[in-house]
Design a protein. Structure first.
Length: 144
């Protein structure tokens, strides 16, 4: 029973972040019902998008703090945990960059005269994240 009390605050913080992401993704983006600041600035879409971005950044911080706290109760070596997070982020960039940017053309990192350069930079960032994440995780594995 004592271990449940150690996990509960971490799970609560993680749940706050996930709940915020669900609200932001579904209500703000998919359904378009509201934005973070639409009650104060109903006609300023640009400001509302910035507000949504800051809200999602807060959600990301909550998720990362929740994961870090959960990892204290069932620990992985820190380098393995965060190396995996970096590698996963890199895999996302690679898949999303190839499929959405280059193959399907759903969108580009930044549309305009140098959109291919931005798209390729996104892929390079993804590859770097995968490499750094793998190295970070492997170093810990070698020490264990």
């Amino acid at each position: 029973m004592a271990s449940v009390w150690k996990v509960a605050p971490a799970a609560l913080v993680l749940g706050l972040g996930v709940g915020g992401f669900v609200d932001g993704i579904v209500a703000h983006q998919l359904l378009g019902w509201h934005h973070m600041l639409s009650g104060w600035y109903p006609d300023d879409l640009h400001l509302n998008m910035r507000g949504d971005g800051l809200f999602h950044l807060l959600c990301l911080v909550l998720v990362l703090v929740g994961v870090a706290r959960l990892n204290r109760t069932a620990p992985l070596p820190g380098r393995v945990l965060w190396g995996g997070v970096l590698a996963g982020w890199g895999v996302f960039n690679l898949v999303e960059g190839v499929v959405d940017h280059l193959v399907l053309g759903v969108h580009h990192v930044r549309s305009g005269p140098r959109e291919l350069a931005y798209d390729l930079g996104f892929l390079v960032l993804g590859a770097v994240l995968v490499g750094v994440g793998a190295l970070l995780s492997r170093r810990t594995g070698a020490r264990s």
